[in-house]
Design a protein around this ligand. Structure first.
Ligand code: ADP
Length: 168
């Protein structure tokens, strides 16, 4: 599996699947989540509502992942995952690692060959970029994902790109 770094906007990626740093409501939010729903159109939100009504009436638990189609985005699927909120007093790295693992698992089940990730939890959820980058890269590298040829990390700004580049 090839790992690449890109500086840019995840909603513009042509990967088979892009990953959304969602919140457990699955009903939209800020950051990546807001951008995906804004640019992807109402279909994605409609599918998220259906998921809430069926499998996830209490919301998607932290560290898990679920897919919808991608509406008007160039990708085929959006994989929604809920990162942990950073805590200084409690080590939640296993939950952050779980987001990457679970998303790759869903991507492999869908038959995706290319997957694009944002830097989960490093925005509104406050995870330090250096540690978030290390966990992201280590987890993706160590997770077997049949059929997935390329994983790209799409970093929004130069600082995030530099941290991922250093960690890689
Ligand atoms: P979280 O709530 O998991 O912290 P955010 O969406 O707030 O999620 O931020 C996650 C990371 O994604 C941050 O590093 C943020 O700068 C970045 N980001 C925000 N918008 C985009 C976008 N459109 N494409 C790629 N990365 C983005």
């Amino acid at each position: 599996m090839r790992i690449t770094l890109v500086q840019g906007d995840i909603t513009e990626q042509r990967a088979d699947a892009i990953v959304n740093a969602a919140n457990s409501s699955l009903l939209g939010g800020g950051g990546v989540d807001g951008a995906i729903h804004r640019r992807g159109g109402p279909e994605i939100l409609a599918e998220c509502r259906a998921l809430r009504a069926s499998a996830y009436d209490k919301g998607l638990p932290t560290g898990q992942a679920v897919a919808t189609t991608a509406g008007r985005l160039p990708a085929r699927w959006v994989i929604h995952t809920v990162g942990p909120v950073y805590s200084r007093s409690e080590d939640r790295s296993h939950l952050l690692a779980s987001c990457y693992r679970a998303s790759l698992g869903v991507a492999a089940e869908l038959g995706a060959h290319t997957v694009a990730f944002p830097a989960i939890s490093t925005g509104i959820y406050g995870w330090p970029l250096d540690d978030g980058a290390r966990i992201a890269l280590k987890t993706v590298r160590e997770t077997p994902a049949p059929g997935i040829e390329e994983v790209s990390f799409v970093l929004f700004d130069a600082t995030a790109y530099a941290e991922f580049d250093r960690a890689l």
